[in-house]
Write a protein that binds this ligand. Structure first.
Ligand code: SAH
Length: 215
C-alpha cells in the first residue's frame, strides 16, 4: 500500500490528468508521501486527495502540488534558490528539495514545523532548511529567490515576497478572488522580467488561508 509501485501509480494518474513536466513527476515518484501523514491515514497517502495533518491544516493534494511545481518551473531550468511558504508536514518541501537547488521553507506553527522535521529526517535532504516564522515577510537573510511557492491562500500578494524575487524569478501562489471567507481561489503566477512583474492566472484551487503571525 505504501510501496514504490503504489507511488508510481500515483505518478501515472498525474500524467493522465495532464502533468507533463518529467522533472516534477520524477521528484514525486521519489518522495514517499506516506511518511508525511498519520499512520492511520498511510493507506490513503497515494490517493489524489488532501488529507488532515492536525492543527486544522492539510497536506496538499498530489495533483495540486504537481500543478504548482510545474507552473513554478515553466520551461526554465531548476531554480538555484527556492522559498516555500507553508511547510505543513513537509511533503512539498521534500519534493522541491528532490528537484534540486537550495530550498528554504517557512512554517508559522512551531509544532507542525517540528513534526515536519521528524517526517523529513529519514530522507536526509541536505539542501532543505526549515524556518519558524510568518512567511508573508519572506526570508530576507536568504533572498533573493529564483522561485517562490506559497502553500496557503492570500487575499493579496505579500509585497515582501515580490521584493525577494530575483530577476527572471517566478512565484506561484493561490489568491482569493473576493473578501468572503469562502471566496473562490485561483493560482497566480508572477514573473520578474526585464520590464517588471507580469501576472498570469491559472487554475481554480482550494487552500487553507495564509494567516498572520506565528504560533
Ligand atoms: N506544503 C504543505 C501544505 C501545507 S498547508 C504540503 O506539502 O502539503 C499550508 C501551511 O501553511 C499550513 O501548515 C499553515 O500553518 C501554513 N501557513 C499559513 N500561513 C502562513 C504564514 N503566514 N507563514 C508560514 N506558514 C503559513
Amino acid at each position: 500500500m505504501t510501496s514504490q509501485r503504489t507511488r508510481l501509480r500515483m505518478v501515472e494518474r498525474l500524467r493522465r490528468k495532464g502533468i507533463r513536466d518529467e522533472r516534477v513527476l520524477a521528484a514525486m515518484a521519489a518522495v514517499p508521501r506516506h511518511l508525511f501523514v498519520d499512520e492511520a491515514l498511510a493507506s490513503r497517502a497515494y490517493e489524489d486527495t488532501a488529507l488532515p495533518i492536525g492543527f486544522s491544516q492539510t497536506i496538499s493534494q498530489p495533483y495540486v502540488v504537481a500543478r504548482m511545481l510545474e507552473s513554478l518551473l515553466g520551461d526554465t531550468s531548476v531554480p538555484r534558490k527556492v522559498l516555500e511558504v507553508g511547510t505543513g508536514c513537509g511533503y512539498q518541501a521534500a519534493v522541491l528539495a528532490q528537484l534540486g537547488g537550495e530550498v528554504y521553507s517557512i512554517e508559522r506553527i512551531r509544532a507542525l514545523l517540528e513534526r515536519a522535521r521528524v517526517n523529513l529526517r529519514a530522507l536526509r535532504l541536505s539542501n532543505l532548511r526549515l524556518t519558524h516564522a510568518d512567511g508573508s515577510a519572506g526570508l530576507q537573510v536568504a533572498a533573493p529567490f529564483d522561485a517562490i511557492v506559497v502553500a496557503a491562500a492570500a487575499s493579496c500578494v505579500p509585497e515582501a515576497l515580490l521584493r525577494q524575487l530575483a530577476p527572471g524569478g517566478r512565484m506561484v501562489l493561490p489568491l482569493k478572488t473576493g473578501s468572503a471567507p469562502r471566496a473562490a481561489q485561483r493560482l497566480a503566477l508572477y514573473e520578474r522580467g526585464v520590464r517588471g512583474i507580469t501576472e498570469s492566472v491559472l487554475d481554480e484551487v482550494l487552500f487553507v488561508p495564509l494567516e498572520t503571525g506565528k504560533l
